[in-house]
Design a protein around this ligand. Sequence first.
Ligand code: AMP
Ligand code: MG
Length: 505
Amino acid sequence: MLDDNTYMLTATALPTHTLNWRNSFAALGASFATRLLPTALPQPYWVGHNLAMAHELGLDRTWLASNDACQVFTGNRLLPGMQSLASVYSGHQFGQWAGQLGDGRAILLGELQDQRGQWQEIQLKGAGQTPYSRMGDGRAVLRSSIREFLCSEAMHALGIPTSRALCITGSDAPVMREALETAAVVTRVAPSFIRFGHFEHFAYTGQQAQLKQLADYVIDGFYPACREATNPYADLLRSVTLRTAELMARWQAAGFCHGVMNTDNMSILGLTIDYGPFQFLDGFNPGHICNHSDTQGRYAYNQQPNVAFWNLFCLGQALLPLVGETDTALAALEPYKTRYPQALLAAYRAKLGLTDQRDSDHLLVESVLKLLAKEHTDYPIFWRHLSQAVASQVKQAASTHSFDAVRDLFIDRAPWDAWLPTYLERLATRPFAQTAQLMLQSNPRYVLRNHLGEQAIQKAKSKDFSMLANLLAVLQSPFDEHPDFQAWAGFPPDWASQIEISCSS
Ligand code: AMP
Ligand code: MG
């Protein structure tokens, strides 16, 4: 283990402004993490910045563009006040208990307070080996780092809870995956990267005092209302259950597949974390498997809500020594069954432009999804075309002709022709302007489709980072029109379906 003096020796000069680091996770103690230094990468260079995130963290943009900051966010230098560490956790992977895992290539630098006063953990991914690397090299490749960087920000702009990304640096240092690639480090930001697997770790190793310490840390830092409950730990489980249910509803409505919903990739704060073989659906195929390593389809798109519930049971099992009775833990998980469908219906109501609620709305949603599933209709384009058709009704008299562009998305038009009147009837009582506005704010024009990420990656591999920067900017306001980038709102090219995304990253 390292002491603070070690850090001071490697600390670089202060940036032009002082950063006030807090290290509350490090303060939990040696059972929770190993203090270590990142491993330097040779001749790092900037790949991408997220100035919006930098602004939220109060980071000076001139400093962020500097070589000094490039060294810091590659893990080659530390700033005074950082206490870098890798945390230990365990987890269930693909339904099996996997034992100890931990941050095998992620290194927490400390916490910074953002402009809203919220402390945010700053973590490097790909900054070298740790005691938890197992067989891994501690590195991340440019390809997967770009995907994580873009998707974190795309999800945030869609209003979906997620870890964020501040920047990416690269190095020509070779990294072996299926082929030889090069190294990159992505700097991730979240109030906490604590996972269900952290709790499983202390429960399975019988470290009851640490289990309680961790639960108290999470309650005090992130779920203070649980303290007021008769059983704060049961209330923590209930609160995480509700947040997870809401997250799943948001993923499903957005057509987002995570790809590796192991319990070590489930955030205790209900955030989307650990972007790997994720994918936004092109065509609406409910059974779509985005992860080529997932041969059984355990994490297929339509399995995600059930898997999240299964993962919550693992969390409940881990918290049991604190919760007390099994029945109490089961009762804390129960609200998932109502909150998930409620939140899903709410998300689809917004996509359909419905601002009031009717009992029959779920039928309208189910029937439209059935329509899309039948021909694997392009999911983002369907919703955006529908929104535009409704918006055009604001200007002219209601006519089904405005929906021709949507109708043209189907080969068999009869089911669509049957569905549309039911929908228009449901909309009839609404002011169309309000409906259209809601739809245009709920159905993005731009989605991080696999092929867009792939194109940005190919350019970045030849050191052209312009598409990455432009794509980030477009994805940060996905509901707006970006006339210069119309093509990115279009159908995926034929080769998109051939892209194979595996766990390899
Ligand atoms: P993931 O499926 O990416 O969430 O990874 C599962 C576990 O493997 C986590 O504990 C990671 O930190 C670890 N891991 C994945 N890739 C590497 C790598 N290249 N080097 C070290 N550890 C890794
Ligand atoms: Mg992970």
